[in-house]
Design a protein around this ligand. Structure first.
Ligand code: DAT
Ligand code: MG
Length: 147
């Protein structure tokens, strides 16, 4: 299997609404592997690094990542498929069955972040996690997930 890793974070609205276990379980049940996890209360400067590409957008100052449940998930196709599990940026347009489609209503409170490609995945994992915070282990279900 061609394993890759992606950065997934439950944003303050998702944490405050008690949706951590609901969201973790969707990635877990799919068959992806959790290789890093922590709760972070970042400084404003640090949090703004995460969304630096959106600096010029009018809503940039409203992106308050004051509390994050940060995770790294590993698996075949996890970057692209993670985005599918999450759903469209605007929950009004997210399909039912997706995390945002099922659990959020407006774009400013869309509860979860996921890396949008291999490059951003690498950058975001390096921004939020130190190498020693990521683990390697054998999941005994792997042969039943991948064959
Ligand atoms: P995504 O989170 O789906 O990758 P993005 O990277 O374009 O979307 O934007 C990052 C976050 O910024 C998004 O999750 C919510 C917020 N955002 C995006 N577009 C917005 C808009 N038009 N109005 C308000 N917030 C917006
Ligand atoms: Mg994005």
């Amino acid at each position: 299997a061609e394993m890759e890793r992606t950065f997934i974070a439950i944003k303050p609205d998702g944490v405050q609404r008690g949706l951590i276990s609901e969201i973790v379980s969707r990635f877990e049940r799919k068959g992806f592997k959790l290789v890093g996890i922590k709760v972070v209360v970042p400084s404003k400067d640090f949090a703004q690094k995460h969304y630096h590409v959106l600096m010029e957008r009018p809503f940039f100052n409203g992106l308050a990542l004051v509390l994050l449940f940060a995770m790294v998930w590993e698996g075949e196709g996890v970057i692209r498929y993670g985005r599918k599990l999450i759903g469209a940026t605007d929950p009004q347009k997210s399909e039912p069955g997706t995390i945002r489609g099922d659990l959020a209503v407006v774009v400013g409170r869309n509860i979860i972040h996921g890396s949008d490609g291999p490059e951003t995945a690498k950058d975001e994992i390096n921004l939020w996690f130190k190498p020693q915070e990521l683990v390697s282990y054998t999941n005994n279900a792997e042969k039943w997930i991948y064959g």
